[in-house]
Design a protein around this ligand. Structure first.
Ligand SMILES: [Zn+2]
Length: 371
C-alpha cells in the first residue's frame, strides 16, 4: 500500500483520491437530471426553482477563481464564472454584490435626475423673478450677507440700471462636466459589480472602467469650484483645470496597467485617488485668499470641507476594510467596507452638487468684471 496515489497526474495522500472521487461522483449526480442530462440554469423550469438554483450556485471565497479573490474577509455568497444572462438577472437576487450594484445604480439615477432638473430648473440667464426669490431666501437664511444683498437689490426691477448686473450669462458647462463625471462613475461601477463575475477577461476590463470612473469623478468635481472661483483670472483658471485634468488622465492611464488592479495594490489605488482628491486644498485656500470679503466664497468652502470629510472617510474605509476585518463573514451581504464606500461616494457627490449651486448663484449674482 503506497503512501501516495496518483490522481490526474498529481500525487495525493493515500485515501484522498478515493474520497475526492466519491465527492466528484456526488457532484456529477447532482449536475445531471434523471435522464443523465446536464442540469444547468436552462433545465430549470419555474422562476422560483431558478431563483433557488442561483443561490445554490453561490460559492465561498476559497472556491473562487484567482481573479475574484479580492477581499478575504468576505467569506460567502460569491458568484463566479456566471453566463451573461444570469449575471444580468442576478441584479434581482441576493448575493454579496447586490448592495454594491444597487447603491451605485440608485446613485446614477439620482444624478441623472439632478442633471435633468438642473437643465430645466436652474436658469441659464438670471431672470428678475429669480433674483427676487434668491433675495428673499438669502434674507431669511443669511441676513448678514449685506454685500450680496446689495448686489441683488441693484438687479431687481425698479432698481436695475443695466450696468451693475451681469452683462453676460455665466456658462454652465463646468457644472455639467461634474454631473457627467458622477453619472459615468456610478454607471461604470454598477456594471463592474454586476458583470465582473462573468470571466477574468470581463472582470479586468470592467475594473479598468470602474477605476476610470473614479478618476473621472474626482477630476470632474474640480471643474465647478475651480472654474467659478477663478473665472475672472483665466490664467489661474486654466492652470488649475489643466493640473487636475492631467492628474485625472495620469491616474486613468495608471489604472489601465494590469498590476494596478491586483489586490496587493489596493492601498496604492486608494492613495492615488486620495492624493488626487486632497490636491483640491490648493485652489480652495487660494480662493479664500482672493475673496476674503465674499460670504458666498466661505459658504462654498464649508460645503467643500464637509464633502472632503465624506470622501476622506470613504477612502479610509475602502483601504482598511473596516468593519469586515474585525468579524470576517458577518458583513458578507450588508455593511461591509465596499458598500459603505459606495454610499459615501454618492453622499459626497450629492453634497458637492449643492456646493456647485452655491457657486452658480454667486457668479450669477456677482458676475465678473473681467469676463
Ligand atoms: Zn465598487
Amino acid at each position: 500500500m503506497g503512501a501516495e496515489e496518483l490522481d490526474e497526474g498529481v500525487l495525493l495522500p493515500a485515501g484522498f483520491a478515493r474520497k475526492r472521487s466519491k465527492m466528484e461522483d456526488l457532484k456529477e449526480l447532482n449536475r445531471r437530471d434523471c435522464h443523465g442530462r446536464e442540469k444547468g440554469f436552462e433545465s430549470l423550469s419555474s422562476p422560483r426553482e431558478k431563483a433557488t438554483e442561483w443561490l445554490s450556485q453561490l460559492v465561498e471565497f476559497s472556491a473562487l477563481p484567482e481573479y475574484l479573490q479580492d477581499n478575504s474577509f468576505i467569506l460567502r455568497h460569491y458568484r463566479a464564472d456566471w453566463p451573461l444572462k444570469h449575471s444580468l438577472l442576478s441584479i434581482f437576487s441576493m448575493h454579496n454584490e447586490t448592495f454594491n450594484i444597487w447603491s451605485h445604480l440608485i446613485g446614477f439615477l439620482l444624478f441623472l435626475g439632478l442633471t435633468i432638473y438642473t437643465a430645466m430648473h436652474v436658469p441659464t440667464i438670471v431672470e428678475p423673478s429669480t433674483l427676487h426669490r434668491w433675495q428673499s431666501e438669502i434674507n431669511d437664511v443669511m441676513p448678514s450677507y449685506l454685500q450680496l444683498n446689495e448686489a441683488l437689490s441693484s438687479c431687481v426691477p425698479g432698481t436695475f440700471d443695466g450696468t451693475q448686473c451681469i452683462q453676460k450669462p455665466i456658462t454652465r458647462w463646468p457644472f455639467f462636466v461634474f454631473l457627467g463625471g458622477a453619472m459615468f462613475c456610478m454607471l461604470a461601477s454598477t456594471l463592474c459589480h454586476l458583470l465582473g463575475c462573468r470571466s477574468a477577461k470581463t472582470f479586468y476590463l470592467l475594473m479598468r472602467m470602474d477605476y476610470a470612473g473614479i478618476a473621472t469623478l474626482i477630476a470632474a468635481s474640480f471643474f465647478p469650484p475651480v472654474y467659478y472661483s477663478f473665472m475672472c483670472n483665466p490664467f489661474l483658471c486654466k492652470l488649475y483645470l489643466g493640473i487636475i485634468t492631467s492628474m485625472g488622465i495620469g491616474t486613468l492611464l495608471t489604472s489601465m496597467v494590469p498590476v494596478f488592479q491586483t489586490a496587493e495594490y489596493r492601498q496604492v489605488r486608494a492613495a492615488m485617488f486620495f492624493i488626487m482628491g486632497i490636491s483640491g486644498i490648493f485652489p480652495c485656500v487660494h480662493k479664500i485668499f482672493m475673496y476674503q470679503d465674499e460670504p458666498m466664497a466661505y459658504q462654498a468652502l464649508y460645503i467643500e470641507i464637509f464633502m472632503g470629510i465624506i470622501y476622506g472617510l470613504s477612502a479610509l474605509i475602502y483601504s482598511t476594510r473596516i468593519p469586515e476585518r474585525w468579524t470576517p463573514g458577518t458583513f458578507d451581504i450588508v455593511g461591509n467596507s465596499h458598500q459603505l464606500f459606495h454610499v459615501l461616494v454618492v453622499a459626497g457627490a450629492y453634497v458637492h452638487y449643492h456646493g456647485g449651486l452655491v457657486y452658480l448663484q454667486w457668479r450669477d449674482v456677482k458676475g465678473c468684471p473681467l469676463f
